[in-house]
Write a protein of this length. Structure first.
Lengths: 434, 440
């Protein structure tokens, strides 16, 4: 039903429009997704996709520096942008009567970006500050190193935040070259969700974008390099007072037919207090204080992760064993019908609450189209989920959670609070809290 | 005159025990959310047992008499529902969101958390471990360290704003403390229930009446709001954290609370200073013109009677003094000269336009009605919001700026590497120096 209400149109220059009317609040979400991310970078310009995202707010032929954000703020709306490995997306949510203004702003910066060298130098400093803010967190920093090892030899090895040595030397010309190569209608998807007529929305976009010339390259990235899946173990002593263990397995590309099944087994294992990890690792065995997991799925490859946060009195070997026991159990014994029901209900509830927000719907459609490969998957995943049987789930768990391919990151606190250490040992001896 | 916004229709009634019940039917989707707000929060934690309010709400969600504690959350999760609590300084909310088809099954359990929580020692021990772990994780976060020191400087230990959850305070809370806290504060009087989404209103009311309509009728609730903070002289703190890659800054002073009659004028003024993202003066000066930070913002954190004005940012160590000077210069100019008509118009347009987003979806509407009732306002406040803001003159905003923003009374907290930052700051005055692990 929902899919029937979505209107799509591809302009002659390749730009794709996806529009959905959502009645209710008088607002509209306008998102422009460019199919370009940090994987299009090469050595020497690591971080430029993200830096260009910042420069997109620094003025175009008819819009002054930061006028885009100011004009949207000053009508009560909000705008933002994000850069991932695969895409760069610009998000705007505004009162519905400002829809055309947003299109004018987006159309102007799509092919008439200024990239003034002086402003570039200032914005580069902003991005360097962002880099340092990120690195000021010891866990985030260690995770970047882990990821680099995990995806060694693969374009996903580096995160979109880039490398500081490259950020310090990239030029406005590098930025312009990247912009002109990739910011082309053929690499663009515009998603509109809000309380306005879909045909009107599509026409207004076509008016402003159909004359945009195709330039640069179409993103036909076909990554043939597979991640170095040999298991590795990384150990870091950090200024963070809580021991953490992260386990990572290579996961499929987001367009893979296995994704739905992997998401389900991941939820059974790590979603909420009914999850296997919480019930066994946290409650029954007291090996960790918190345990969970998530899949980081990208266009060409993914990372299926589990984590455990534990107390200093528990050995990392014990935590690892406890985590792995639960993973093995799912691979060997599968999941119950009751667990499958829970996942279905949880997914349906999330979807239902997503539908109250134009911006959330817009995000999901953009992600499905640009990362998963087809906007219809936003809806069809629910049908896939309905039809999945437990044996498919077991097969997928076995396929991706292969311990021979598992990588581990252990974060050990530089400093241990002796009272907590002793307290933990006493708790286990006397089973306080069991 | 037609209103820009129309608040969704709802019904409201006060039950015999004082609960204000508000029902907002909305059939847009198949969702249902219920929130129960109480007029107390972290500020009601007994001194030395900070964390009591959070643990009480956490423990209420860990089971009720007659249901196995392991099974209790599972019943909600198997239905795809999410139990949640939000404990802030002076309010606490217990809620659940779910598919509308489950409310008849789940709400009796939800209300059981109020009338017959099991309060098991084993569950408290688990929650304490989680809390202690979370405290340990955040106590190395530069922004958390900066906020704690700022609050300590501005409020001191005699005021609840100057007391924080700590490993020691969380560890000292006993089951009896939780039971006492629960029976003192989790009471129907002055509490508000909002139910929003798709449901049968008369059936829901019947259910609420039968499960909690008579709960603790006649009991009053002991809850007072924290007193306003008096404006004190300036104070400077440096907190040493040697592994920091940046200087983390918080600058600000005491401010009025929600009861301040010119609240909206103050909010409009702050938009221009640092609340308005790229439309604010601080963002323009420190980020857009000089690239010295990734983000900077100012805010007025308002409780009922007390409030704080803060500016928060971070920058590379060697730029700490320049950034602080830029902030101080911007603030002096703002406090001395006020804002322009154009800036006021932009701030007004932002808040009036943004109201549409605050009314999108059942959860937002439920939160908004809780805020209205907590502040003694009716829905006409939303419906006349544009008129209200448009009536605020430039003279009034600038008078408020002169009365509230006091550059001579600023408290400055800097967290970072001592040897790289502190020498730069000598011209600003003498900083009291702390290590980030020093107890507050």
């Amino acid at each position: 039903m929902l899919l029937n209400n979505i209107v799509t149109r591809t302009l002659d220059n390749g730009l794709k429009i996806i529009a959905l009317r959502k009645k209710g609040a008088p607002i509209v979400s306008v998102q422009v997704w460019y199919n370009v991310g940090s994987v299009q970078e090469h050595d020497g310009i690591r971080g430029i996709a993200h830096l260009l995202e910042h420069m997109m707010f620094r003025g175009s032929a008819n819009v002054k520096s930061e006028e885009h954000a100011r004009r949207i703020n000053d009508i009560g709306g909000h705008c933002n942008a994000f850069t991932t490995e695969d895409v760069t997306a610009y998000t705007n949510s505004v009162p519905v009567d400002s829809f055309e203004m947003v299109l004018d702003l987006e159309a102007d910066r799509m092919d008439k970006l200024t990239i003034d060298p002086e402003l570039f130098a200032v914005e580069r400093n902003v991005v360097i500050e962002e880099y340092h803010t990120y690195m000021n967190n010891p866990v985030a920093k260690a995770f970047l190193e882990f990821r680099q090892e995990f995806f060694k030899g693969h374009p996903y090895a580096l995160s979109p935040i880039g490398l500081i040595e490259d950020l310090q030397k990239v030029t406005s010309e590098d930025c312009r070259k990247f912009y002109e190569t990739w910011y082309s209608p053929v690499n663009t998807v515009i998603v509109i969700v809000g309380d306005l007529d879909e045909s009107y929305a599509v026409e207004e976009i076509a008016k402003r974008f159909s004359a945009k010339a195709v330039r640069g390259e179409k993103n036909n990235l076909s990554i043939t390099v597979t991640p170095d899946v040999s298991a590795h173990r990384m150990h870091r002593k950090v200024e963070f007072d809580v021991p953490v263990l992260i386990a990572g397995f290579p996961a499929p590309a987001s367009s893979s037919k296995d994704v739905s099944a992997l998401e389900i087994v991941q939820m059974v294992l790590s979603g909420g207090e009914s999850s296997r990890l919480h019930r066994s690792v946290v409650r029954k065995e007291s090996a960790a204080v918190m345990a969970g997991g998530m899949n980081h799925l990208m266009k060409k490859a993914g990372l299926s992760m589990f984590f455990a946060i534990f107390t200093p009195d528990v050995s990392v070997a014990r935590v690892e064993k406890s985590l792995l026991n639960q993973i093995r159990k799912i691979k060997n014994e599968g999941i119950s019908a009751q667990e499958l029901d829970m996942v279905k209900n949880t997914t349906l509830t999330s979807r239902t609450f997503e539908l109250y927000s134009a911006e959330h719907i817009c995000n999901r459609i953009g992600f499905a189209e640009c990362i998963e490969g087809d906007y219809k998957l936003w809806v069809e995943r629910l049908n896939i989920l309905r039809d999945l049987d437990t044996s498919t789930l077991t097969t997928v768990a076995k396929k991706y959670w292969d311990e021979a391919n598992m990588s581990l990151l252990h974060l050990q606190p530089k400093r241990i609070n002796p009272m907590l250490y002793i307290g933990g040992i006493l708790r286990r001896i006397f089973r306080i809290g069991k | 005159m037609s209103s820009l916004y129309r608040f969704p229709p709802f019904t409201e009634q006060v039950l015999a025990n004082g609960i204000n019940l508000i029902c907002i039917p909305d059939g847009e989707q198949d969702g249902f959310v219920i929130m129960h707000q109480f007029p107390f929060g972290r500020f009601s934690d007994p001194e030395g047992k900070e964390g009591c309010a959070d643990l009480t709400f956490g423990l209420m969600q860990k089971g009720i008499d007659g249901v196995d504690p392991e099974k209790f959350p599972e019943i909600f999760e198997h239905a795809g529902a999410t139990l949640f609590s939000d404990v802030s300084e002076e309010y606490s909310v217990l809620g659940v969101r779910m598919l509308s088809g489950f409310w008849e099954k789940l709400l009796p359990l939800f209300f059981g958390m109020l009338t017959r929580p099991s309060f098991m020692q084993s569950e408290l021990s688990r929650l304490q471990r989680e809390m202690v772990t979370a405290i340990q994780a955040e106590q190395v976060e530069p922004s958390v360290i900066a906020h704690h020191h700022f609050n300590a400087e501005i409020a001191g230990k005699q005021h609840p704003a100057g007391r924080f959850h700590s490993v020691k305070s969380a560890g000292s809370i006993r089951l009896n403390d939780i039971k006492t806290f629960f029976s003192t504060y989790v009471q129907p009087a002055r509490s508000i229930i909002v139910a929003a989404g798709k449901f049968d209103e008369s059936e829901l009311k019947k259910m609420i009446e039968s499960h909690i309509g008579q709960w603790n009728t006649g009991l009053s609730v002991n809850s007072e709001y924290a007193p306003a903070l008096e404006l004190k002289p300036s104070g400077l703190r440096f907190v040493e954290k040697t592994d920091s890659t940046q200087a983390t800054l918080i600058i600000g002073h005491e401010a009025p609370g929600e009861k301040y009659p010119e609240r909206n004028a103050l909010i409009l003024a702050n938009y221009t200073l640092g609340g308005g993202n790229f439309s604010s003066r601080l963002m323009s000066r420190i980020r857009s013109e000089s690239g010295k930070t990734y983000g900077i913002h100012s805010q007025i954190v308002m409780q009922k009677q007390m409030g704080m004005f803060t500016i928060a940012t971070s920058t590379q160590n060697n730029q700490a003094r320049t950034v602080i000077k830029g902030i101080l210069d911007t603030l002096k100019e703002f406090a001395g000269d006020g804002i322009t008509q154009e800036e006021l118009d932009n701030a007004r347009k932002y808040y009036i336009g943004n109201m549409a987003f605050q009314l999108e979806g059942i959860s937002n509407v439920a939160e908004k009605v809780l805020w209205l009732r907590s502040n003694g306002l009716s829905e006409s406040y939303i419906e006349n919001y544009d008129t209200l803001l448009n009536a605020i003159t430039l003279d009034k905003v600038n008078e408020v700026i002169r009365n509230i923003f006091k550059p001579d009374n600023l408290k400055v907290v800097v967290v970072g590497k001592r040897n790289e930052i502190l020498p730069q700051l000598s011209t600003l005055g003498t900083f009291k120096v702390f290590h980030f692990r020093d107890p507050l």
